[in-house]
Design a binder for this molecule. Structure first.
Ligand SMILES: [Zn+2]
Length: 251
């Protein structure tokens, strides 16, 4: 029986046949995979604790008849910073659901793997930011992942006239992609120059509500266009962000 070893980021897990756990993982060499971990509910001490979503692990996989089977697991990174607060955790769940939705099975994904891993590490260290700022950064990362996976066009050239998109306002339309505003269809989303600078170059705006609104709407439109539905964790994320923005009640 061939055993392979691979690094993996656990995107999701479900329990099956009472004791088995099915994992959806992202791996550098094979992209997204579904693997089975046998009996981990019963013998929780052996594998279970190291097979939670939002962890990076070093897995040993044995060829199974239908799905590969986990025979060993070593935790490489738990992303503890993401587990410490509900905002970080909810955002990471939303992010991993997006990654799961836009990545393909059985395709090398070395670059994507590193990108996802780095983004999780960055998200871990953003607890001092407001939830609004963290959400803004999360949306930019979602856009980068979708561009990387070919579900969103790059933001550097207008898809109609092919001239560069400079620092002026840009519009996004699901059919057209990113275009100069004067060439955009009716109903296209206008992105201010501050939004464009943030999304493309990462230049952080100063408490700019419009950038927040436009960035959020852009990612929402892209997700709908790509998946035909919102992400399942979208509603929870909204609720959590909204709740944490409320001032703390006086004691
Ligand atoms: Zn143009």
């Amino acid at each position: 029986m061939a055993i392979i070893r691979t690094k993996a980021i656990i995107l999701r897990h479900t329990t099956e046949r009472e004791h088995d756990r099915m994992l959806t993982i992202l791996t550098p060499a094979k992209g997204q995979l579904r693997v089975r971990a046998r009996g981990t509910k019963k013998s929780a001490s052996k594998l279970g604790g190291s097979l939670e979503p939002m962890m990076e692990v070093d897995l040993s996989l044995a060829d199974g008849r239908i799905t590969d089977v986990v025979t060993g697991s070593i935790i490489l990174h738990r992303f503890p910073g993401l587990r410490q607060d509900v905002v970080g955790m909810t955002m990471a769940q939303w992010f991993l659901e997006l990654v799961e939705s836009v990545t393909k099975p059985d395709q090398p994904a070395e670059e994507l793997y590193e990108q996802v891993r780095e983004m999780l590490l960055m998200m871990e260290n953003e607890q001092e930011l407001t939830s609004g700022q963290r959400w803004l950064l999360l949306n930019r990362r979602a856009l980068q992942i979708m561009i990387h996976e070919g579900f969103a066009p790059a933001m550097d050239a207008c898809s109609i006239c092919h001239l560069p998109l400079g620092d002026e306002a840009v519009s996004y339309d699901a059919q057209q992609g990113f275009v100069h505003t004067k060439e955009a269809h009716d109903g296209a989303l206008s992105l201010s120059s501050a939004s464009t600078a943030f999304l493309r170059d990462g230049r952080q705006p100063e408490n700019d509500r419009a950038v927040f609104r436009q960035t959020h709407e852009l990612v929402e439109r892209l997700v709908h266009h790509t998946l035909d539905r919102p992400l399942k964790s979208e509603r929870v994320l909204r609720t959590v962000v909204r709740t944490t923005k409320l001032p703390k009640p006086a004691l």
